[in-house]
Ligand binder design. Structure first.
Ligand code: TXA
Ligand code: MG
Length: 350
């Protein structure tokens, strides 16, 4: 299939491109769209064959449900059994923005979109191009991250062009994503409600609206074989560059000393300004130390850069997982297949 690239930086000036993309979506075709978190591979969420085509284009397991993107909180009404008060409280505080809410689905949402589940994940993105496209398409859009399954999520159009050219009808280039990691996913279908994937809307922020919300145990722990995941996405190896990634906990001095004992081809994923400490080892940076927002923005680009450099083995610096740092650590853990070394502490490689 031929893939058209549309540049849309201004909703009014680029209205013709938006209309072409909306027409493709109405016809059940696949269009990559920018959002504030990562790019999404979008199709009509209410069209079963369009939703199935998303799985085929990504190489995604068909039991991993898609997020349904809406342009207005009320657009969720026909998609769910019931909209609880908590839904409106969350929407009021965090939408449009990087938060996804799971509710019981109605019959309107096909199982192709919900991955066979009786629940549906809903998100109202803040990216103006995403919302305008939902409006013009006149239907909610199912959109997983626009990467090939298993590879790091795309944070600019170039990443999507790399992964999906020839597999989708169009890619909309709307610039770089400002958040850089995927939305916070939470479920209102459990009591208490739970975060299934941390993101830029943090646990602390959510507690202001839902005081009893908790982190699902699968967020930071490797699920044992055969365990039932609260979110199907937890089961799959994610965000992984081809290189073997190991997370190294320790001070900069401990980290540098550990690297000295490694072969020179072994790479380092570190913070800006630290490269000089790892003389000789190829370095890729991901944001600034003690600044998880900058780390989130840079992380997926850095994981792709590791592959471009052809590195086979990489040791990563890690920061304390607080606030948005929880999202960064959650993605790093999956990129590393849960392999962590605590310098001066025990080694864990589950
Ligand atoms: O920021 C984002 O959320 C991006 C942009 C494009 O909006 N989308 C995204 O989609 O990250 P995806 O498909 O890559 O990740 C969705 C995650 C998956 O881990 C999936 O298992 C989980 O959300 N999920 C979706 N629906 C669910 C449901 N009904 N129950 C449990 N987990 C669900
Ligand atoms: Mg994804």
């Amino acid at each position: 299939m031929e893939t058209s690239i549309y540049r849309v930086f201004d909703i009014e000036q680029d209205a013709a491109a938006l209309d072409r993309a909306a027409a493709l979506l109405r016809a059940g075709r696949l269009v990559v769209i920018p959002t504030e978190t990562v790019y999404g591979l979008a199709a009509d969420a209410l069209n079963p064959s369009a939703a199935s085509a998303i799985y085929a284009a990504k190489g995604r397991p068909s039991d991993n449900p898609l997020i349904v993107h809406i342009a207005d909180p009320e657009q969720a009404r026909p998609l769910v059994k019931r909209l609880p008060d908590a839904y409106f409280a969350l929407a009021e505080r965090f939408w449009p923005g990087p938060m996804t809410v799971i509710l019981e689905k109605s019959a309107r949402v096909p199982y192709e979109t919900s991955g066979g589940l009786e629940t549906v994940a809903l998100r109202m993105p803040s990216h103006p191009v995403a919302r305008e496209l939902i409006r013009r398409a006149g239907t909610p859009l199912a959109a997983p991250s626009a990467n090939l399954s298993g590879s790091p999520s795309p944070t600019c159009a170039g990443h999507c062009i790399q992964d999906l050219t020839g597999r989708v009808d169009a890619i909309i280039d709307g610039g770089s994503c400002t958040v850089g990691v995927e939305s916070t996913v939470l479920t209102l279908c459990t009591d208490p409600p739970a975060i299934l994937r941390p993101g830029a809307v943090t646990l602390e922020m959510l507690r202001e609206v839902l005081p009893d919300i908790r982190l699902d145990p699968g967020v930071f722990a490797h699920l044992p074989d055969g365990a039932k995941a609260a979110s199907p996405g937890m089961k799959y190896r994610h965000y992984a560059p081809k290189a073997r990634v190991v997370l190294l906990w320790g001070t900069l001095v401990q980290f540098a000393a550990y690297l000295e004992a490694q072969p020179p081809g072994c790479g380092v994923l570190c913070f800006e300004g630290e490269q000089a400490r790892f003389g000789g080892h190829p370095c890729v940076t991901y944001g600034r130390r003690d600044d998880p927002v900058s780390q989130a923005q840079a992380l997926f680009g850095a994981l792709r850069r590791i592959d471009e450099l052809g590195l086979t083995s990489v040791y990563a610096r890690v920061d304390s997982p607080d606030g948005v740092g929880q999202a960064v650590y959650n993605r790093l853990l999956r990129a590393a297949g849960f392999t962590e070394i605590r310098l001066g502490w025990e080694e864990s490689a589950t």
